[in-house]
Design a protein around this ligand. Structure first.
Ligand code: F6R
Length: 603
């Protein structure tokens, strides 16, 4: 978490740093800070709270170079002193850091014994003082960086500025993301792609153990042993409107409304009448034939998309399917064998736990596939092959549109692999035809906003809720409950409908809210019995269904009918809207829920 940025270019460092921090704010938002230098004077600001311009930049002049940071505290409480940039004793070397320095306590003790004065409680500050010592020793900043890196353990992306070398900006990456954006005589370094188009569309995603030395005219990329590295330019596919809120009050609602477009983009160019084209996966050729088991993984919402994927793969293929959250799977004594393929799902492509599972799997030489939204991200570069979801940038902390794209990609992958095994072309054709209609059906659900607001207004006083669904819609229940907890702060639990009588039914009393996802699928009538069971105990049931007879129910949200395996693409949408509007009515900070940050790049 935390967002870092650095800029070197055309006398507008302050503007670029502030605009970048706003774009990176979703990564951390308890405090922020920057340094800007105009050739004469250093302007340093550290602020606790929101990134606002006017009051905090009074007296700050623009400059040609600067670095900035938005913080999500890990080491050291939220305070001005602990906000970045951090600096050395002489206040010449400034740096911003995303990640964790695991051996900082030992390093700090050593540096304190040498007489260094610390200004913060962070792990980061040791780097500034190490750089100070090595700069003094080698009289060369680049050498100082290389020596300092030898001492650091952990994960870090750094941007370093030194007043004695003002036309040099240094970026370092080890297990935390860092992107270099290349414009016309200007460069930007940032934790992710969002700020990059402030200077241009071209970017290079740095690899682990790489350092970039940026000057006003050029840049060079080296590894930690000072050898030149080759690099690959990539191009950003989205424009300004994709990363601005536009007329929407929050990014989350904007992104929910972008769902149909996200799904269309995931499908684009990949569907033939009875088969699926997946360029990246096809490159694996015969290797795909030896797979007999698939293990799915991810965290949070991406994991729930994976859970939908599990049911889909079981329906369309004959693989043995397993799934676990990455934070558990990475520590399990899981026996990957050479017939297994791992499918890792991640919007950001940077989630630390998911990344670790992939690294473990790679050590065992099994095929790793990624379903990732952000090009250039760590996961997209480490996996053997994958599918980009192309949902466009997600800025709200709570993931929404990416989830639908992830499920869409998993369905395409299941069809692609299924066709090599048990799935017939006519079955594939039937699913693909229906899949193409999904964005339109989603648009119709988005039109139901006012009905959903009415239901939301009944929920604002609830302290607790249940979400129930079965089979394909059990993951939907989990996702609905997660969003209600995450942004409305209402306790919500999800269960498979059939589990009620094994315990949770005891919770149900008069007016207890229960959301039941019950489309006309293979378990429809069983779910109806479950609904009767909870209604008889006085529950207030909100049904998500495609059954028109449900008009007789008091609280229901109608979704259009689709194939059973595609229902999550529709039934989740009312739940995202329900959580959003409940949170809105409760006046929650929707895009920045308390205690949470997007892109969980630390454990
Ligand atoms: C929930 C949410 C998180 C993310 C999770 C994984 O609304 O957004 O649970 O889904 O942190 O993130 P990615 O997909 O970036 O790996």
């Amino acid at each position: 978490m935390c967002g870092i940025v650095g800029y070197l270019g055309k006398e507008k460092a302050l503007d670029i740093i502030l605009a970048s921090l706003k774009r990176l704010e979703y990564r951390g938002y308890d405090s922020w800070g920057f340094v800007v230098y105009n050739g004469k004077k250093i302007f340093l600001k550290k602020v606790v709270g929101k990134i606002t311009e006017a009051e905090n930049i009074a007296g700050v002049q623009n400059g040609f170079v600067g670095i900035g940071h938005t913080r999500w505290a890990t080491h050291g409480k939220v305070s001005e002193n602990n906000a970045h940039p951090h600096f050395d004793c002489q206040q010449k070397i400034f740096l911003v850091h995303n990640g964790i320095i695991e051996n900082y306590d030992l390093l700090k003790e050593k540096l304190l014994n040498k007489g260094h004065k610390f200004n913060s409680e962070t792990d980061t500050e040791v780097i500034c003082h190490l750089l100070e010592d090595y700069k003094k020793k080698f009289k060369n900043l680049k050498q100082a960086v290389l020596e300092t890196l030898k001492e650091l353990r952990g994960s870090f992306a750094l941007v370093i500025f030194d007043k004695d070398n003002p036309e040099l900006l240094i970026g370092v990456r080890l297990a935390s993301p860092l992107i270099l954006g290349v414009g016309e005589k200007e460069f930007i370094l940032a934790s992710d792609l969002l700020p990059i188009n402030l200077v241009g569309q071209k970017f290079i995603a740095l690899n682990d153990e790489e350092i970039v030395f940026v000057t006003k005219k050029d840049f060079e990329i080296k590894n930690f042993t000072n050898q030149q590295k080759l690099y690959l330019f990539q191009e950003i596919r989205w424009g300004q409107e994709d990363i601005e809120k536009g007329d929407f009050p929050d990014f989350m609602i904007k992104e929910i409304f972008e769902t149909p477009r996200a799904v269309r983009n995931t499908l684009k160019g990949r569907l033939l009448s009875d088969e699926v084209k997946l360029g990246g996966i096809e490159l694996l050729g015969d290797k795909l034939n030896k797979i007999s088991k698939i293990v799915l993984t991810g965290c949070g919402t991406a994991y729930y998309a994976g859970l939908v994927g599990k049911y889909v793969f079981e329906e369309l293929t004959d693989f043995q399917i397993e799934i676990d959250v990455a934070s558990e799977l990475r520590y399990r004594n899981y026996k990957f064998d050479d017939k297994t393929a791992l499918i890792a799902i991640s919007q950001s492509g940077e989630t630390a736990d998911t990344l670790e599972v992939i690294k473990e799997a790679k050590k065992k030489n099994i095929i790793t596939l990624g379903i990732v939204n952000v090009p250039g991200s760590s996961i997209s570069r480490i996996v053997d092959a994958g599918i980009f979801t192309y949902a466009g940038p997600e800025r709200a902390v709570a993931s929404t549109k990416a989830y639908y794209s992830q499920i869409t990609a998993l369905i395409m992958l299941a069809i692609f692999l299924g066709l090599r095994r048990k799935l017939s072309r006519s079955e594939a054709k039937n699913i693909l035809e229906e899949l193409k209609t999904i964005p339109e059906k989603q648009e119709k659900i988005l039109n139901l906003e006012s009905e959903i607001i009415k239901i939301a207004s009944d929920l604002t006083k609830s302290r607790s809720m249940l979400y129930l669904g079965r089979k394909f819609n059990y993951p939907v229940a989990l996702e609905g409950a997660l969003k209600m907890k995450e942004i409305a702060y209402i306790h919500a639990e999800a269960y498979p409908g059939g589990e009620m009588k094994h315990g949770p039914l005891a919770l149900v009393e008069h007016d207890f809210p229960v959301v039941f996802i019950n489309p006309h699928d293979s378990l429809y009538s069983k779910s109806l019995s479950n609904i009767e069971e909870i209604k008889a105990r006085g529950a207030k049931v909100i049904t998500i269904t495609d059954d028109i007879n449900c008009h007789f129910e008091e609280n229901f949200i109608f979704v259009h009918h689709t194939l059973e395996l595609l229902t999550p693409l529709l039934t989740t949408l009312p739940l995202h809207l329900l959580a959003y509007h409940t949170a809105k009515l409760l006046n929650r900070n929707i895009d920045r829920p308390r205690n949470l940050a997007k892109s969980v790049t630390v454990e």
